[in-house]
Ligand binder design. Structure first.
Ligand code: PEP
Length: 251
């Protein structure tokens, strides 16, 4: 049984003070509603992570980073090491987000190195994959997603793969207000599970959680979560307000 998994990607938003306020509103909601059986993760900017881990004692909400280096340490100006994340009790890390691929030239080779490094340090990766609108309209969406998964998970064995979450995020749906229909999202996620089965085995493919991401909001989460293969959501814009995010958690 896969436990639903809702993650908030705060991107480049929120000062440390604002982060504490928002994180507390989310964590308090989880503490007050213990019956909600959902893993809830927030991924604030690096500048807030240390403080959040200190401030939220006995937190239910999980903490994640939005990116990390594939090196442990060294002369890599501006980078954050997985060891630094581990030292702050960070549990998860988003890797291969389309914004990293698009604006920071991250390719599958780099993402594969990051995934391996995260696993080496017991950080759980959320690997983002997804097609552009052009690829979808030309019928190349599945091919694109398959190629990304095969390249990003190269040489990662099945014991390690079980700890990886995949986030299927069609690029055209991120921050645009356009969502894939719940049927299309489920169809692609089923397809991703079939690739994982080919790469690993049935048990591993049934264990790995696969989220949908792309304009997830309080009004569409229920329909998405009712689908057979959608295990959760990676939420951008709607994770920045506790009124919205807490409704999503409580789908
Ligand atoms: C995202 O950034 O991963 C995302 C899905 O953003 P939004 O929910 O704003 O579309």
């Amino acid at each position: 049984m896969r436990i639903p998994f809702i993650a908030g990607n705060w991107k480049m938003h929120k000062t440390p003070e604002e982060s504490i306020k928002l994180a507390k509103e989310i964590d308090n909601f989880l503490q007050e509603n213990q019956e909600i059986d959902v893993d809830v993760l927030i991924c604030p900017p690096y500048t807030s992570l240390y403080l959040l881990n200190k401030e939220l004692k006995d937190r239910k909400v999980l903490l994640g980073a939005q990116n990390m280096s594939y090196e442990d340490e060294g002369a890599y100006t501006g980078e954050i090491s997985p060891l630094m994340l581990k030292d702050m009790d960070i549990e998860y890390v988003i890797l291969g987000h389309s914004e990293r691929r698009q604006f920071f030239s991250e390719n599958d080779e780099i993402i594969n190195k990051k995934i391996k490094k995260a696993i080496e340090h017991n950080l759980k990766p959320i690997l983002c994959v997804g097609e552009t609108l052009e690829e979808r309209e030309s019928g190349k969406d599945k091919e694109k997603v398959k190629n990304q998964i095969i390249a990003d998970l190269e040489n990662i064995d099945k014991e390690k793969a079980a700890d990886i979450t995949i986030a299927y995020e069609p690029i055209w749906a991120i921050g645009t207000g356009k969502t894939a229909s719940s049927d299309d999202a489920n169809d692609m996620i089923k397809y991703i599970r079939s690739i994982l089965k080919e790469l690993y085995d049935e048990e591993t493919s049934e264990t790995m959680r696969i989220q949908y991401g792309g304009s997830v909001k309080p009004h569409n989460i229920k329909e998405l979560m009712n689908k057979s293969d959608i295990d959760g959501a990676l939420v951008g814009g709607a994770s920045l307000k506790s009124e919205d995010f807490n409704k999503i958690i409580d789908f």
